[in-house]
Write a protein that binds this ligand. Sequence first.
Ligand code: ZN
Length: 561
Amino acid sequence: MPTSTFEDIAAGTPDLDDLATRNETWLASLAAAADVEACLAVILDWDRARREFETWSNLVDLRFHQVTTDSAAIADRDLSDQLSPRWTELEVAMKRSLIAHPLRGQLEDSLGAQVFALWEVDVLAFDPALKDDLVREAKLGGEYTSLLAGAELSFAGETLNLSTLTKYRVHADRDTRHDAERVHWDWFASNGEQLDRIYGDLVSLRTQMARQLGYENFIELGYKRMLRIDYGREAVERFRAQVREHVVPLARRLAEQQAATLGVDQLMAWDEPVRDPAGNPAPQGDHDWMMARAREMFDDMGSGLGEFFRLMDSGGFLDLKSRSGKAGGGFCTNFPTHGMPFVYANFNGTKGDVEVFTHEIGHAFQTYSSRKQRMVDTVWPTMESCEVHSMSLEFLTWPHMEKFFGDDAERFRKVHLAQSLTFLPYGTAVDHFQHEVYSRPEATAAERHEMWREMEKTYLPWRQWGDLPYAAKGGRWQAQQHVFGSPFYYIDYVLAQTCALQFLGRSRHDEAEAMAAYVALCGRGGEAPFQQLVRSAGLVSPFDEGCLAAVVNEAQELLGL
Ligand code: ZN
């Protein structure tokens, strides 16, 4: 039963020595199990322990984000970082034992084949011998995050950080945008050596780990870490070719149209975030006003969304206001012992508030809908499937945008769609770049910057950096956190957006049908791999020939191009 309030969510600090002893007992019981029932009893006991660990570590992470200056929250988060590798090692031992179990066939009949497929990929990506390297990798990732978080920029008489500078980078006044963009890239230029060193170290370390596991380079290991089961590198390469053929020409036309709308001769990089001379549309009220509109919207949408949102709202499972000491960003986390999610954001009065909100509620609704999955492994699907739920809800809420934007709603929808389409080539460039980097791990920093320049020429051919030399010479990728911290994650957003755009098309023709398919997909959680999940929702897999061409046609029609 879901708990009614966030206050009720509690999880004791894990005792790793105790868990190690229990792990030994589980392993011994599995080895001795004479039938499926005996195995399942062990597996379900193990699953309960995993849910408890996950609830604790998600809670600790959330509390740290909420009050980054709280010493108890900091200490708990450090403890979590310390305990995680050892817990992973224990989990991997269980997974190894299960995938090699003589009763595996019957266990698959009971638990589904997908958990076994996930465990198989997982054990190939982890080796206890790599534990120290993994800690080093996390440390380097943390170095990047701290370096960026510590940026102090002077602008318009204020001291800003990279995130608060954003409002000037998307400002309606062109000179302001340009000046803000210059301050942004000047910071990257003066920290370029550090950033190149951190990334160089990450690339060497990841390559070394991959080779230790017997792979030629990090690419294959990167795919395994992303738990990709029903597609590989060749499918992604074919997808990229489709992006170049069908999406880049449309995005180029959108850039031309944007230049005309803005009344500029040449669309410069600092013009790209703004699609209207009046500035982008913004929600017409504050946080409390938006929550009232959200309740009306989800009630109107039906399909259980209204009840779900009230449960989140009245139970205290939302933290959306910005405040000092609260970490930036937006995300959804969950507490698998209680079946409840939590949505975290930092509203700043821009249209992004509505986008982040509907996106994260999409994740939350999915993980709530699939909370009764038997194994914790499939409460969430793999990342590209996760982003289908979130990005699709951004589009499925379109008919209700008048509530937030009033007469500006149509303008919001057009901007949202144009940005979603332009994102496809950008996201693909980020992914392609990483394939280049990891297939030539010995490349110099300058060569890596040249690789990114090539990506911009291929996927973003309209981009003009003007008098911003650092970005013009190929430094843009250093502002993309995923390149450092989550290798090969980025294409997941592109694949998911391709699916979300299909939901948009369907909801324009038959809203009820699209909602029903969406809700059913959310309920399946991660019980199947990506392509099976999307096909079961009546979507075309992004890897199928013709998928992107059809998506682009539909979007062109919507934009009246
Ligand atoms: Zn997301």
